[in-house]
Design a protein around this ligand. Structure first.
Ligand code: 5GP
Ligand code: ZN
Length: 139
């Protein structure tokens, strides 16, 4: 898609540090890494988010994420890898081309901000009400 920076990266119009590609997906290093090894996996066909991406591309990304996570773990001796994926401006999606973040943590490095939330008990009545609402909306 015109004016999409990730489409331009796939086409080679914007340089990147590629780590993997196949017929459906492309993976490269994030230039603002949250931690060493921060990698992005994207579909070659432009789709904005989880609501738009075709199931085959979504599956291909998640299958490739295992291969790439195995590579990151082997290369960097990680203690864990967070998989993060944002959909919509409301959750701070910045680049509107679907992407899965793989963010590793290495021994001795600081905790990742997105894996550190405090567990606070919820109101079970509210949880049940919302869960039932979602369940009846899932097709
Ligand atoms: P989002 O908040 O949309 O999930 O994250 C977008 C990500 O894309 C950010 O982590 C940002 O650093 C990364 N990014 C934005 N522009 C470029 C670019 O031109 N090249 C690379 N390699 N990463 C980018
Ligand atoms: Zn795009």
């Amino acid at each position: 898609m015109k004016d999409c920076i990730f489409c331009k990266i796939i086409q080679g119009d914007i340089p990147c540090i590629k780590v993997y590609e196949n017929d459906r997906v492309f993976a490269f290093m994030d230039i603002n890494p949250v931690a060493d090894g921060h990698t992005l996996i994207i579909p070659k066909a432009h789709a904005e988010n989880i609501f738009e991406i075709p199931a085959d591309d979504l599956a291909a990304i998640h299958v490739a994420s295992k291969r790439i996570a195995d590579g990151i773990r082997k290369a960097l001796n990680t203690t864990g890898i967070a998989c993060l994926q944002l959909n919509g401006k409301g959750v701070n999606q910045i680049v509107m081309h679907y992407h899965l973040h793989l963010i590793p943590r290495r021994p001795g490095s600081p905790e990742l901000p997105m894996t550190k939330w405090e567990l606070v008990s919820g109101n079970m009545t509210r949880i049940k009400e919302i869960g039932e609402k979602i369940a009846s909306a899932v097709k």
